[in-house]
Design a protein around this ligand. Structure first.
Ligand code: AMP
Length: 588
């Protein structure tokens, strides 16, 4: 049996398709949602889920929550916000420091997966070794790789990594809608936000576009609420334990405010003898939460424009993630998409349900649905002049494969550095480097060596890069999963930056391309002028020399247009010279 697992930032769930329908599996305590929290005691085995959740207050420094935010990530900005310790230098993979132990985010995820596996085994009465595990559509290669590794550590063969919105669409029964239905999936959870536009065509689901932010969710609203209570209401807490208790109480209040208009939060002996009581209204919560909800608007609009669609083209909007229970979020989605969202499924459970359905499809128990996902960001390599050469454009349907042939820039060059990049910027350095490796090749004159580079993304979204010297047939295949080096730059900033810098980037690319052409041209023009002797008249020679000066001047500036124009002019001016030399060579 292949189980479906929603490995969430805040909560995780396991489901299975059995006897014609999906059942979500409850644990020994009868609970289906397992908080994604792991407590690492000084001695003994880690505690997972509710028992760990309870220890968040008593032992915040040994209790890890929201660890999904750190999967496949490097030490970065949100470090200061966590009550548990993050160790490692800036730029190193995140590790949690729990007493003397160092624990990686994938080890935390593995503890959660192990518990879900055991729950499933107890409920099903058989051993469970295969799972479909979901990830946010926006997860990059490193994060997907870390998720797969977590499964392996827990003794699970992860037969498919599935994007959460795709899973949700299955759960909402979108596969039974009329042909050519376009659906928006709005997933606002605890730690991540995703929006995806899917299309059902000929019984096949296709993700037309996906956008989101891996660092935006209900957790942000929770922190903002704590700040509000501390700064606006003047309630100060001095210990981490008190802060954790305050947070817990305010999260509970936030949940109640999805139903009630007002709640009173009492915090007996919060900080020493102080027992404050706070009255919170939905209006106040909405003022605090609105900026975070508002941040999702741009992602929705970008997903639409990437899919070349307008809001009117969307037939359904489905809601996923606990934070979509907030009335504010529902109103906001209705306003952005100009239609009431479908809230018919339990937003906490839809993803796990979909994962279980995908498991059944892979198992052959369910037929006629094929799911196609897309790459969230473009993938490519760096080429001459520091430019990004896209091999797999953003939003390519996966699994996919594409390649390109490259040549040596210098005569006798012995190797080429393949720098694998992910991102939307024209300049290589502005994108993220996923990895790099050298491919050696036979030394040959400039432009004669041939290196084929192929990118292949499997159904799990994991990237393999193959480089082959076509002369010797020597090749290297590098699994990017192990060669991950994602920069600190926030994922969500990539698309914004690409838009913001689009004009400058384009100009720089055009300039660099023209510069490479000019640098190739100038020495050959100088050589040709020397060879031409008196076969050129004075006017012609003068025009070429002026052309050379113009190109040299333009190279000192920054204007791509000017450089391109002067290169074209020089090209034109040397047409006859080239013909003369060619004819002479042929006669000889
Ligand atoms: P998920 O990542 O989908 O498990 O969503 C978890 C997030 O949903 C957390 O930030 C929760 O605080 C939030 N959440 C869960 N239930 C509610 C509710 N009734 N009202 C508002 N937010 C909720």
């Amino acid at each position: 049996m292949i189980v479906g697992i929603d490995l969430g930032t805040t909560n995780s769930l396991v489901g299975v398709f059995d006897g014609g329908f999906v059942s979500l599996i409850a644990d020994e305590a009868g609970q289906r949602l397992t908080p994604s929290v792991v407590h690492f005691p000084v001695e003994g085995v880690p505690l997972v889920g509710r028992p760990a959740q309870r220890l968040r207050v008593l032992s915040p420094e040994r209790t890890v929550f929201s660890s999904k935010r750190f999967m496949g990530r490097r030490v970065g900005e949100e470090a200061a916000q966590m009550p548990y310790q993050l160790v490692g230098n800036k730029g190193a993979p995140v590790m949690f420091g729990l007493g003397d132990n160092r624990v990686a985010p994938e080890n935390v995820a593995a503890e959660i997966l192990r518990k879900l596996k055991q729950d499933a085994e107890r409920a099903l009465g058989e051993s469970v070794t295969k799972a479909v595990v979901t990830v946010p559509a926006y997860f990059n290669d490193a994060q997907r790789g870390a998720t797969k590794l977590a499964g392996e550590l827990a003794g699970l063969d992860v037969v498919r990594i599935l994007n959460e919105p795709t899973a949700a669409a299955l759960a909402y029964g979108m596969d039974r809608r009329p042909e050519s239905t376009r659906i928006a999936v709005y997933d606002f959870g605890g730690g991540t936000f995703d929006v995806s536009i899917l299309e059902l065509q000929g019984g096949v689901f296709q993700v037309l576009s996906t956008n989101g932010n891996t660092r935006l969710g209900g957790d942000d609203i929770d922190s903002a609420l704590v700040d509000y209570v501390e700064t606006q209401l003047g309630l100060s807490v001095s210990t981490p334990t008190a802060r954790a208790r305050l947070l817990e109480a305010l999260v509970a209040a936030k949940h109640s405010l999805s139903e009630a208009e007002e709640v009173s939060v009492s915090l007996p002996f919060l900080d020493g003898l102080d027992s404050p009581e706070v009255l919170l209204s939905r209006t106040v919560l909405e003022i605090v939460a609105r900026p975070w909800v508002e941040k999702t608007r741009g992602h929705c609009l970008r997903a639409l424009s990437d899919a070349h669609l307008k809001v009117e083209d969307i037939a359904e909007v489905i809601l996923v993630g606990g934070s979509t229970r907030m009335p504010l979020v529902r109103q906001f989605v209705a306003e952005v998409f100009q239609r009431e969202p479908d809230c018919s499924r339990n937003p906490d459970e839809a993803v796990a349900e979909g994962a279980a359905l995908q498991g059944a499809i892979l198992d052959g128990k369910l037929q006629n649905v094929v799911l196609l996902d897309v790459t969230p960001l473009s993938l490519g390599i760096e080429t001459f002049g520091g430019l990004m050469n896209v091999i797999l454009p953003r939003n390519s349907t996966i699994p996919c494969k594409a390649g390109e042939m490259f040549t040596n820039a210098l005569p006798g060059q012995r190797s080429m550095l393949v720098r694998v990049l992910q991102g939307e910027r024209e300049l290589a350095d502005a994108n993220w480097e996923l990895g790099r490796f050298e491919i050696p090749f036979t030394p040959l004159p400039k432009g004669q060596a041939r290196v084929g580079v192929q990118f292949e993304i499997d159904a799990n979204g994991i990237l393999k890069v193959l480089a082959r010297d076509t002369t010797t047939g020597k090749e290297q295949v590098v699994d990017m999963r192990s060669a991950v080096d994602v920069s600190d730059e926030a994922v969500e900033k990539m698309l914004e930056d690409a838009l913001e810098h689009a004009f400058d980037d384009m100009n720089q690319r055009a300039f660099t391309e023209a510069k490479l052409k000019a640098q190739e041209m100038l020495p050959s023009v100088a050589k040709a002028l020397g060879l031409a002797g008196d076969s050129l008249d004075a006017d012609e020679r003068e025009r070429i020399e002026r052309g050379v000066r113009d190109v040299q001047d333009a190279l000192r500036g920054e204007g791509a247009e000017l450089l391109k124009r002067s290169v074209a002019e020089l090209d034109d001016a040397t047409q006859r010279l080239a013909a003369v030399l060619m004819e002479r060579a042929m006669r000889r």
